[in-house]
Design a protein around this ligand. Structure first.
Ligand SMILES: Cc1ncc(COP(=O)(O)O)c(C=O)c1O
Length: 399
């Protein structure tokens, strides 16, 4: 399947021998996504929601259609979806918009494996309100979250916000259990699905979460796009935190009233072309289907793990069960930046550093960071073999 898929990505089609293993940072974009964005910019470019002329009406329809595509993808209604400029933007909107439900000594529960985008906004809320951040630790042997969630989630907890998949370890969390636990004490459950939405189904009813956040550029969509799902009930609790045009119903100099949910969360002109592209990216994922995606990525992850292990220590589960294709590794005596630089010169793109997860790096005693290779739908066996020969050369060169 993946040779055909590679053909659908200009970046891969035009660069034979290029191995892209950095989809965890940002995935490549298929031609079909670029095409619909081009159509918008070249054929019916107009602002949405305001114009009474055909191009604006058509652009509005295309933009609103994406809300329906996303709703089908997550198993919710279109009115439970709003668009952002990325996951970071979405998580900040939740943090600002829910601050009013948090009081001094209340607790916000995060996990040790969170990305900075799901730590810093809550840390700032805690500072402003006097709330406390409580952190579910990661077991350093299994790299799983401590599964005794009940220990961390008591009556003081107002919010639980956890990544469905770790962007460092690749581990998959038991979100449904966490949601049930959060709800048993009346807390809201937020899922950072940035690393999962392109790799496994994320049905919000099954996950039983109140909010789910992701960015478009990790799901084969354009940069500058993101999604927030909120259940109707949860969105009613969320206050707008970006103000201006399009999100209002009435405005006076002293007071304003808000547009209906979800429009009150989309202030100003959104990334219209990008959102139209994001809709196409989701359609693209659906056209391949979860069975094919999961089976292929599992196979590639197994191969990646077995190719990397002889050279390096894997930071994360060493088997493909309950993990995705985000594979972090360290090699004694070689800095992760040197690994990534060396591989980059051999046309193998991976990432290196702390992956915006400094607390996790600190607790795993990995302050130099890790090298990280991630699988995407276009990853082939040749890519993995290419990585293998580059790692072999690295070993010879660095001794
Ligand atoms: C788990 C996780 N959350 C949040 C983000 C932030 O996403 P963005 O930079 O698109 O806002 C990332 C990006 O790497 C991520 O991996």
């Amino acid at each position: 399947m993946n040779q055909t898929i590679r053909e659908q990505f200009a970046m891969l089609r035009k660069r034979p021998g290029y191995t892209y293993l950095d989809s965890g940072a940002s995935s490549l974009t298929p031609d079909s996504v670029v095409k619909v964005m081009d159509e918008y910019y070249l054929e019916y470019r107009a602002n949405i929601h305001r114009g009474m002329y055909p191009d604006s009406e058509y652009a509005s329809t295309q933009y609103e259609n994406v809300r329906t595509i996303v709703a089908n993808f997550f198993g919710c209604t279109p009115h439970e979806i709003f668009f952002t400029f990325g996951a970071t933007h979405g998580l900040n909107m939740l943090a600002y918009g829910l601050e009013h439900i948090i009081e001094k000594d209340d607790v916000i529960v995060l996990s040790e494996l969170e990305h900075h985008a799901n730590i810093v906004p809550w840390q700032q809320v805690a500072r402003r309100t006097g709330a406390i951040l409580r952190v579910i630790p990661v077991d350093k042997e299994t790299y799983e979250l401590d599964g005794n969630f009940e220990k961390y989630i008591d009556e003081k907890v107002k919010i639980v916000s956890v990544a469905q998949v770790s962007n460092v370890l690749g581990t998959i969390q038991s979100i449904t259990r966490l949601s049930q636990c959060a709800h048993s004490v009346g807390a809201l459950m937020i899922v950072d699905a940035s690393q999962s939405v392109a790799h496994m189904p994320s049905n919000v009813r099954e996950l039983q979460c109140d909010f789910l956040v992701c960015s478009g550029h990790k799901m084969y969509g354009p940069t500058g796009t993101g999604i927030v799902y909120g259940s109707q009930e949860a969105l009613e609790k969320l206050r707008p935190s970006m103000f201006g045009g399009d999100m209002i119903e009435t405005v006076e100099f002293t007071e304003s009233t808000w547009a209906d949910i979800p429009y009150r969360f989309e202030a100003g002109t959104p990334n219209v072309g990008g959102i139209i592209g994001l809709g196409e990216a989701i359609t693209y994922i659906q056209s391949i289907g979860w069975n094919a995606i999961e089976q292929h990525e599992k196979e590639m992850t197994e191969k990646l793990l077995s190719v990397i292990s002889p050279y390096a220590r894997i930071i994360g589960p060493s088997h493909s069960a309950r993990r995705t294709g985000v594979v972090s590794f360290v090699i004694d005596q070689i800095h992760p930046h040197d690994i990534a630089g060396f591989l980059g010169e051999r046309k193998v793109a991976i990432r290196a550093g702390h992956h915006c997860a400094m607390p996790l790096m600190r607790s795993c005693d990995l302050m130099q960071g890790t090298a990280r290779a991630t699988v995407g739908i276009y990853t082939t066996e040749e890519d993995v073999m290419h990585l293998d020969s580059a790692l072999k050369e690295l070993q010879t060169t660095f001794g």
